[in-house]
Every structure is written in structure tokens, then in C-alpha cells.
Design a protein around this ligand. Structure first.
Ligand code: NCD
Ligand code: ZN
Length: 347
């Protein structure tokens, strides 16, 4: 069996910098037409000038890798409490950035410069609402007294919903949702809210990470939840509500950084994400919805044209091998293990 789709886009991607950028850029650029590039470098991509320079480094990495696939890196700015509204407006108006990313301070990898108080970024958010600039949110509270498995649901009630009531015109993407609570909240919202979903959150639950041995390569943020949440995500990803789309959150860390006493959060899924998604949609008898999820809903949400190129996936009797580890300096980068046989292959 074969299916042909418009070439997909990835609405949430970590490409990093330096050696890691060089190691991972090809995996995304040969598969996806466009990707929304996360700004959580050290130091973060805060100003329009930072974003221009980072995009330049990505383009150089593409050239060095000999990738000529017409890949577009869509840039984001990292919102801090010192962000200058006029700089964001200029960067959006001249096409340097497509969106602004809000990380609650301390929520995830490299988020120390994030936002501790929404009040302090209200002037920037008001300017964004007035100028139709998208806000992408890492939706987890960071209060140490809140259980890590409850942080996303708590964020909806205590931060996201109040923000949406305060600034109803602001267009928001709740990124990499991981709970039935978030799926329901987005489904029930009337306007100006969408959500991205990762490949791995559609495939694994917390047992995959923690039962029968701890598997650090499945540790990511927001952390994988119970099976019922995974099922709720599959339901909206394969459903007819066009506000749900793919953001892989492919987030490479070296094997050493993952397998450490305090291991990093992040799953590197760029190299096998499309084959994995075909498997998920096939299992859900929803292959006819795959193109909307990977190649249309996100572009429509961001107001960008659909891609004209296409990709083909084929279901074969032989299993797709897990992508081999990639060398990064003198370390390795381990690819996402989908925890089940994959029979879909990219042609
Ligand atoms: C991301 C990273 O490593 O940059 N990690 C992750 O687990 N998803 C950060 C993020 O998107 O939260
Ligand atoms: Zn991410």
C-alpha cells in the first residue's frame, strides 16, 4: 500500500547550533519543506538580529551538508521579560520571524531566561495581538510544588485561560500538548487557539519510559503521560478539527547528556517521524487524515501557502530499521525508538 502526501512541515523543531546543528539539519531538511525553529539556544535567540544570524548559520549548515531540498527555516524569538516590543514588531514585519515563543522560566531545557510573570510581558503581548503575531507557548507551570505530571493541566487553568480572557485577540499555539485536558481545552475553544502534537506523544506513554527499567531516551518535556492521554491525542490528531497539527519537538541531545545522572529532556525524532506517524494513523484507520495533520493544518493556521512538492510512504512486509546513531563530535545522537515494529517506509 502507498500514500502520497503534500510535503510536510514541522511546526516545532530544535536544530541547535554548531556540531549538533551540522549533525541534525539534514534529517529535517530532506523530509520537511519548512520548520518552525525553536530559539532556546544558549544564549537564546532574543532579538531580530539574533534570529537573522541564527538563520544564516542554519543556511550555512545546509550548504555544508550539501542539502539542496528547498528547506525553509521559519524563525522564532525567545520571549524574555526584557524583550522590546518594537524589535519584535520589526522582526515580524520584515519577515525575519514568524512567531514568538513563551517559555515559563525554568520549564524546560535552556529556559532560564523565560518568563516568570505574564504581567511583565503584557506590553509585548498586547503589541502582538494588535499586529497578529503568533505566540507559541510551552504550556507547563514551573511551581516545584506541582506534580510534574499535572503541570500542563495546571497551566491551562492558571495561566493560559486567564491570558486568553485578558487578550482574546492574541493568536496562540499551545505547543506539544500531552494531555486529554489540553486536547479538550483546544477543541472547546472558540477561536485564536491551536495546538501542535509530537510524534512520540502519539506513540508512547509513561510506562514505556518507566516500567521494566528506566529509558532516558523517552524522557522529554512535557513528560509523557498515561495511556488514556496518548489516546486522547491520537483522537484529535486523526480527527477533523484542523487546529491540531504536527510539531515534532525533535530535540537532540548527545547520548552522554541523555544517559547522565541528571539527564536532559528531549527526543530526537526527525529521522523517522513520518514513518512513525503513518503507523499511528494506519492503526487508527485514519490514513486519509495524515496529510491534514502533517502538511496542511499548520500552514493554514500560520497563513502560509501549502507546499507543492509531495512525498510518498509505502507499507512493506519488512520492518523499518531504527535510524542508526549519528556522530556528533566524539559523541553520538540516538534516534527515537518507536517501541513497536514500523512497516511504513519513505519512498
Ligand atoms: C526541548 C529541548 O531539549 O530543547 N526538550 C524537550 O524535552 N522537549 C525543550 C522543549 O521543547 O521543552
Ligand atoms: Zn521543544
Amino acid at each position: 500500500m502507498r500514500i502520497t502526501l503534500r510535503r510536510p512541515d514541522d511546526w516545532h523543531l530544535h536544530l541547535r547550533d554548531g556540531d549538533m546543528l551540522a549533525a541534525v539539519v539534514e534529517a529535517s531538511a530532506t523530509r520537511f519543506a519548512r520548520a518552525l525553529i525553536m530559539p532556546n539556544l544558549i544564549p537564546p535567540v532574543v532579538t531580530g538580529a539574533d534570529a537573522k544570524r541564527y538563520r544564516q548559520r542554519i543556511e550555512e549548515a545546509l550548504q555544508n551538508a550539501g542539502v539542496d531540498s528547498g528547506f525553509t527555516a521559519l524563525m522564532t524569538l525567545y520571549l524574555t521579560e526584557d524583550t522590546v516590543a518594537q524589535d519584535v514588531l520589526n522582526a515580524a514585519n520584515d519577515g525575519t520571524v514568524l512567531a514568538v515563543k513563551l517559555y515559563p522560566a525554568g520549564a524546560t531545557t535552556n529556559s532560564a531566561s523565560g518568563v516568570a510573570s505574564i504581567d511583565r510581558v503584557m506590553p509585548v503581548l498586547e503589541m502582538m495581538a494588535d499586529n497578529d503575531i503568533m505566540l507559541c507557548i510551552h504550556g507547563e507551570v514551573t511551581d516545584p510544588s506541582i506534580d510534574i505530571f499535572d503541570r500542563e493541566a495546571r497551566f491551562i487553568d492558571t495561566v493560559l485561560d486567564p491570558l486568553r480572557k485578558r487578550l482574546p485577540e492574541l493568536r496562540i499555539v499551545m505547543e506539544h500538548i500531552t494531555t486529554g485536558d489540553a486536547a479538550q481545552y483546544v477543541s472547546e475553544s472558540e477561536r485564536n487557539l491551536a495546538a501542535s502534537i509530537t510524534t512520540h506523544h502519539l506513540m508512547i506513554n509513561r510506562n514505556h519510559m518507566l516500567a521494566g527499567g528506566i529509558r532516558p531516551h523517552y524522557y522529554c518535556l512535557p513528560i509523557v503521560k498515561r495511556e488514556e492521554h496518548r489516546q486522547a491525542l491520537v483522537k484529535v490528531a486523526t480527527g477533523t478539527d484542523n487546529r491540531f497539527f504536527l510539531g515534532t519537538d525533535s530535540a537532540p541531545h548527545t547520548r552522554t547528556a541523555k544517559l547522565s545522572e541528571c539527564g536532559c529532556a528531549g527526543v530526537f525524532s526527525a529521522a523517522n517521524t513520518l514513518e512513525c506517524l503513518a503507523t499511528v494513523f494506519d492503526e487508527a484507520c485514519a490514513l486519509d487524515r495524515l496529510e491534514a495533520f502533517t502538511s496542511a493544518n499548520g500552514a493554514n493556521w500560520y497563513g502560509l501557502p501549502l507546499n507543492n512538492q509531495s512525498i510518498t510512504l509505502e507499507k512493506r512486509s519488512e520492518e523499518l530499521p531504527c535510524p542508526p546513531p549519528i556522530a556528533v563530535g566524539d559523541d553520538l545522537l540516538v534516534a527515537f525508538d518507536p517501541a513497536r515494529p514500523i512497516f511504513w517506509h519513505l519512498v
